[in-house]
Design a binder for this molecule. Sequence first.
Ligand code: ADP
Length: 390
Amino acid sequence: MPMKDFSKIISELQAGNEELELARAKADALFLGIGEGAIFTDEKGMISRVNQAAFDMLGYTQEELLGKWYPKTIEVYDEKGELIRIIDRPITKAFLTGKAVTMQVFIKLKNGKLLPASVTSSPVIMDGKPIGAIQIFRDFTKEYEIDKMKSEFISIASHQLRTPLTSIMTNAHLLADGYVGRLTDEQQIFMNNITFSVDRMHELISTLLNITRIEAGKVAINPKETDLKRIVQEINNELQPQIEAKKLTLTSALNYDEPVMTDPVLIREVFANLLSNAIKYTPQGGKIRVTLKKDKEEIVYRVKDNGYGIPEEQQDHIFTKFFRAENIVQTESVGTGLGLYMVQGIVENIGGRIWFESKEGMGSTFYFALPNTELRGKAGSTTIETTIRS
Ligand code: ADP
């Protein structure tokens, strides 16, 4: 190779090196200067870099973190103070899915305290293979405190409203049902309006109370031999008046008869909410089909309707607190967006799964799968209230 070509290659290489150095310096500055805590782990989960914000937040020194196995060195806990298993941590999920995963957790600091934080783990992929992950920690104390205050406020307000509301409800029903004398037709219309509204208020308060109990982890779980088929039939019957009022056709195929060790009160609430939604969100003359069957190791309750459906772009939010889809807000004014949030909390308590498929204008199918294993009981200071009534 002539000398000239050789020196050209060298100078090109040098230029490439400089570019690389510059890119590295920029990446370094970004990593170290990030306002949030940041930890870089290699493909085995060993900590290779930590920025100052992370040292400040966690209280550890360089020696205590660098070269250590991240999942064991930095422990994260859930709301109930239970250690989150490695398999359920964002870093593991990020590696498994190849996508960034965010979770709200409580990080154990060097001083032993638990810090509410939002953790995002993003895998770093090269040539299709993960070569490491970056974890970003954001201090969540403020948001957590506000959320706690909101829950406490809701809990106190609901408790205080409960007693007078129960009295109004009982007396209104006595009047409306003619126990204290016949009403004129006009009076009857007014009383029916009152009982309808007071029942909705009662339902809302019960749902709010249930949610605060679930969120606080206070709900007792009482497994009993449970006849799921009978519960489904009872709920189908209880909601018959609503079904008839909308001239809907309800059919069912209940192909599971075996007793299951689970909590019938919690199960009933899930079934009732899913059927009640199908009724609410299916227009006059529509069809609903309820099935119960075994599928591998699970027992699956399914409610299929041919109603309004859920717009695709809003489907991710369906189990979020207070969320109601746009198409529904326009057609059905009664509702709070709390039912499915509560149901999801119940499902987590009984170790089941819930999901749905839906197409706007075509209908929705909600599934609730229960493991066919014995549910473990849990002591708790309270249980949940029935929210759905005919
Ligand atoms: P609510 O019924 O009080 O609005 P939910 O939490 O039970 O609250 O439901 C949340 C939202 O999910 C509803 O407002 C509606 O947009 C949607 N949804 C739930 N079930 C169905 C269904 N079967 N068909 C269509 N939309 C549904």
